[in-house]
Design a binder for this molecule. Structure first.
Ligand code: PHE
Length: 346
């Protein structure tokens, strides 16, 4: 039985098989244990004769079990090491890479262009009060322009009893910056704005950049030069032609809407050249004007001493124009395929 057991141990190929053999030999019901029990019923002489044999058998089986177990463990470890070997010379798999969203990219471009012209960046809260968003911009409570803004209001007023809302434009930053920093000023204020409106060219949240210059002797010529310089830099073309149309905003007087000329190149609208050229046209890109005296007063400044111009433009629309995109909503879908298609993702 000892020879049989030793053969079985040598033939075992798994830890489970070795364990089964151990139980069959050394377990409570095992044959070695049974032999050991017989020792108690033997005469001393008999025990002296058989005892060493039985103990030797137990030792031999125990040693063989331990050796085979160790062998199997070593083999298993070798197999694992071979299977899990890391080849450090292989190139690493490429992980998908993120990229800057086109709107953020355009915001950065604009901030850079205006920084070159000496404009600092200012900001204000997206949750605004009715006074900064409307009243101080020369839109008193009954002003019809308030209704045109499709404003998102909050149900509760603030501590001063002012209606709270999501700002409908970045113009309240004009007021906040004048009140905080005084004059002279040369700032842009990029940020999110909100109106309850949604179609291919409107989303309930969109991005504007406000510009404000307050100084002495500022006139419309400064405004025109600034806008021309900025649009040429942004569209990276020298042949940008602007059309200034008289318009109306409560916070500027006079007010000017600015169109940029485009021409058709292979059926696509490309910014540049006069919009009056055959096949061409004009696209509105900006609202602007000389800051209304009342707004300068609301900003805590004396309008006889300080003058200025202001402008506001939709960042998303500028991005659409520059990159030839046609549905504004795609900007906010977060679809990586769309970003890839337009070359914004890596
Ligand atoms: N706030 C205006 C808008 O959202 C744009 C504007 C800004 C017009 C500054 C004039 C001066 O339409």
């Amino acid at each position: 039985q000892q020879a049989q057991t030793l053969d079985a141990i040598a033939a075992a190929t798994t830890a489970e098989a070795v364990e089964a053999i151990r139980v069959a030999a050394l377990g409570k019901q095992g044959w070695v244990s049974a032999l050991l029990k017989t020792l108690g019923g033997m005469s001393p002489e008999e025990r002296q004769a058989k005892g060493p044999q039985i103990h030797a058998a137990r030792e031999a089986v125990t040693a063989a079990l331990g050796a085979r177990k160790a062998e199997l463990e070593t083999a298993a470890l070798d197999a694992r090491l071979a299977a899990e070997a890391v080849d450090l010379s292989l190139p690493a798999p490429e992980a998908p890479r993120g990229s800057v969203h086109p709107v953020s990219q355009v915001m950065d471009e604009l901030a850079e262009i205006f920084a070159d012209m000496g404009f600092a960046v200012a900001s204000g809260p997206e949750i605004e009060d009715d006074w900064h968003n409307f009243t101080a911009l020369n839109m008193p409570e009954t002003h019809p322009a308030r209704a045109m803004h499709d404003t998102f209001y909050f149900p509760d007023k603030d501590a001063q009893g002012r209606d709270m809302l999501l700002r409908t434009h970045t113009s309240p930053v004009q007021i906040r910056t004048m009140l905080k920093e005084g004059a002279p000023l040369r700032i842009i204020a990029p940020g999110r704005v909100y109106r309850s409106d949604s179609d291919a060219t409107h989303t309930p949240m969109f991005h504007q950049i406000e510009g404000l210059v307050i100084d002495k002797g500022i006139h419309l010529g400064h405004l025109k030069w600034t806008l021309e310089t900025f649009l040429k830099a942004f569209f990276e073309r020298d042949d940008i032609v602007l059309r200034l149309r008289p318009s109306y905003f409560p916070f500027t007087e006079p007010s000017v809407e600015v169109d940029v000329g485009y021409t058709l190149v292979q059926g696509k609208r490309v910014v540049g050249g006069s919009g009056d050229a055959p096949g061409g046209g004009w696209m509105e890109v900006l609202g602007s004007g000389m800051v209304n005296r009342k707004v300068i007063e609301f900003g805590g400044l004396d309008p006889d001493e300080w003058q200025g111009f202001a402008f506001g433009t939709g960042v998303d629309r500028l991005a659409m124009l520059k990159y030839g995109l046609d549905d504004l909503r795609a900007f906010f879908d977060g679809d990586a395929r769309w970003l890839n298609h337009y070359g914004f993702a890596a």
